[in-house]
Design a binder for this molecule. Structure first.
Ligand SMILES: NC(=O)c1ccc[n+]([C@@H]2O[C@H](COP(=O)([O-])OP(=O)(O)OC[C@H]3O[C@@H](n4cnc5c(N)ncnc54)[C@H](OP(=O)(O)O)[C@@H]3O)[C@@H](O)[C@H]2O)c1
Length: 323
């Protein structure tokens, strides 16, 4: 297929996984920034969820070019890649190893200026987690080493926690309840970033010469918060008082060993983020690239502002692993 030549000096950005939870925000941020945007998506079938079909229509109306294909279609991917500048993968975690197929196509196309693989979590080289989560981190680590060895220009993005997702898990903003689960003591600090801001930082990082072959950490100062602080803010905003159901660390660890997959992974994520505080456990020094410092022009939504939004417009419900 042939992609129209862009009339501006903007980069052409191709997104894999663009119809997903995080991917749709990345596509939206790319379009909003004026980049000609392309989504490599699996062919729609009668089993494709209506929400996914609707999103595809929405993308088309925004001028996004949808390319239907499978990761196995090497030649097709190469011909598409030859016509774009930047590749961002937002594929789901279990398919992280499949990104090798994207890397092979990028190497064959040989024109890609930047590849952002699907990480969008903690810094995998600075985090050690419980075994079910560690297995996922190891896949992402392996991908880092492969990309570094491939000579493909890359940026590894550590987006930390998707705020809407985790705030809803912790506070049940959509389906209020009198009691809330607290993992560990509730005092460990976590970084919760609004999904739309994660997407904006990612598009900025993708075209930034300073982030070539570097790791970028998304840790805006207004988004560092503990569970206890989060609950306290929510109590003030709602005028309610919640009963805290404490789940001690040893219980969380035990659940990570006994629950089936994927609940064991979720429990391990809660342990890493909210019991150990892994997203804030290391200090950033002058060698680190932090997104809100790199892009001060991005007016990110703080956790406090997000709670105000959720007070009137809560995000869709999500289920917690311990309930
Ligand atoms: N830090 C956080 O809080 C957080 C939260 C959520 C996700 N993440 C990370 O963000 C990344 C994306 O996760 P996500 O939850 O947004 O993904 P997702 O919604 O589960 O899936 C993204 C897209 O990938 C494509 N896809 C799904 N299964 C596939 C398969 N078998 N083969 C090829 N393509 C497939 C689908 O697009 P098409 O149907 O269009 O092909 C789907 O819409 C992951 O790295 C994840 O770890 C981080």
């Amino acid at each position: 297929m042939s992609i129209p030549i862009s009339s501006s000096n903007k980069s052409k950005i191709l997104v894999f996984g663009g119809t997903g939870y995080l991917g749709k925000h990345v596509v939206g941020a790319s379009v909003s920034s004026g980049h000609p945007t392309f989504v490599f998506t699996r062919p729609a079938t009668p089993h494709t969820p209506p929400s996914n079909v609707h999103l595809r229509d929405e993308f088309r109306s925004l001028g996004v070019t949808l390319i239907e294909g499978e990761l196995e279609e090497h030649e097709k991917m190469v011909s598409v890649l030859k016509q774009v500048d930047i590749v961002i993968s937002v594929l789901p975690n279990p398919f992280s190893p499949d990104q090798v197929k994207i890397i092979d196509a990028i190497i064959a196309a040989s024109n890609i200026k930047r590849f952002i693989p699907s990480e969008f979590g903690c810094d995998v080289d600075r985090t050690t987690a419980l075994p079910p989560l560690q297995a996922c981190l190891d896949k992402k680590k392996k991908m880092r080493r492969l990309i570094e060895a491939s000579a493909v220009p890359y940026t590894f993005v550590c987006a930390n926690c998707c705020a809407s997702y985790f705030i809803n898990l912790l506070l049940h903003t959509h389906d209020p309840r009198p009691d809330l689960v607290v993992y560990g003591t509730g005092d460990a600090k976590a970084v919760l970033n609004y999904e739309q801001d994660i997407a904006k930082y990612t598009i900025n990082a993708a075209i930034d010469p300073r982030t070539r072959n570097r790791v970028v950490i998304y840790r805006p100062p207004g988004n560092v918060v503990s569970q206890n602080e989060l609950i306290s803010s929510w109590e003030k905003k709602t005028g309610q008082c919640f009963e805290k159901k404490l789940v001690q660390e040893d219980e969380v660890i035990k659940l990570s060993q006994t629950l089936p997959s994927p609940q064991n992974i979720w429990v391990s994520i809660m342990h890493s983020v909210f019991v150990k505080g892994d997203t804030t456990s290391f200090d950033l020094d002058e060698d680190d690239l932090e997104a809100s410092s790199l892009y001060p022009e991005v007016e990110y939504t703080t956790v406090d502002q997000l709670l105000d939004i959720f007070l009137v417009d809560p995000p869709e419900p999500a289920c917690t692993p311990l309930e």
